[in-house]
Design a protein around this ligand. Structure first.
Ligand code: ZN
Length: 203
């Protein structure tokens, strides 16, 4: 057993210790849990190769810390169009497989968000960073750091795309056929909270 698997092994032992003091009915639950655990931990050599995992299921990335840049004097219109271009660039990098993760921090600090680039050198990450219109304009600045993390991050974009509600679904409008709440509309199927009838899709 490799060293990095130790935490999982410990977890199993802890679960066993907690449950072993209780009645045998609980023991069945534990065995089920362990069975589930070992299934999910079965080595998938094809996925490991596809995602570029090393022997520990890990790989090298470059993490980018996005900070407020030196140029901060922008009109609302300029800020909006820079933000739009910045998001478009994120989508482009994700589609190309260069960006595995991106997201903003909550709050209004100088540290605005992170990227995780699917590259192994700072130079490659710098090249990608410089394609960002917000970086070019100096409204954002980037600090790059080599990072070691799970190769399981690679398929995150594909999974993420399957979670975005399509625009045509977002545009759907439902209403109670009895108009219990007058003209109130909903954007998903369901029941009227007043009469409990199925909401009807409006054409
Ligand atoms: Zn109703």
């Amino acid at each position: 057993m490799k060293n990095l698997n130790l935490p999982h092994y410990l977890l199993v032992s802890i679960v066993l210790t907690i449950f072993s003091c209780k009645q045998s009915e609980k023991q069945v639950t534990v065995e089920h849990k362990i069975a589930t655990l070992s299934i999910s931990e079965a080595y998938d050599s094809i996925a490991a190769k596809k995602f570029g995992a090393d022997d520990y299921g890990m790989k090298k990335y470059v993490m980018a810390f996005l900070k407020r840049g030196p140029n901060r004097e922008w009109s609302k219109k300029e800020t909006d169009s820079l933000q739009m271009a910045h998001l478009e660039n994120i989508g482009k990098m994700a589609k190309a497989g260069d960006l595995v993760l991106a997201g903003p921090f909550f709050g209004n600090d100088d540290l605005r968000g992170i990227y995780i680039f699917n590259v192994t050198s700072i130079e490659e990450a710098e090249r990608l960073t410089n394609t960002d219109p917000a970086i070019q304009a100096g409204s954002l600045a980037m600090e790059l750091k080599e990072w070691y993390g799970s190769a399981a991050l690679i398929p995150v974009n594909d999974i993420h795309n399957s979670l975005i509600k399509p625009e045509e679904v977002l545009a759907e409008v439902y209403q109670c056929p009895m108009k219990c709440e007058k003209d109130k509309t909903y954007h998903s199927k369901g029941n009227c909270p007043v009469c409990k009838m199925d909401l009807k899709k409006q054409s």
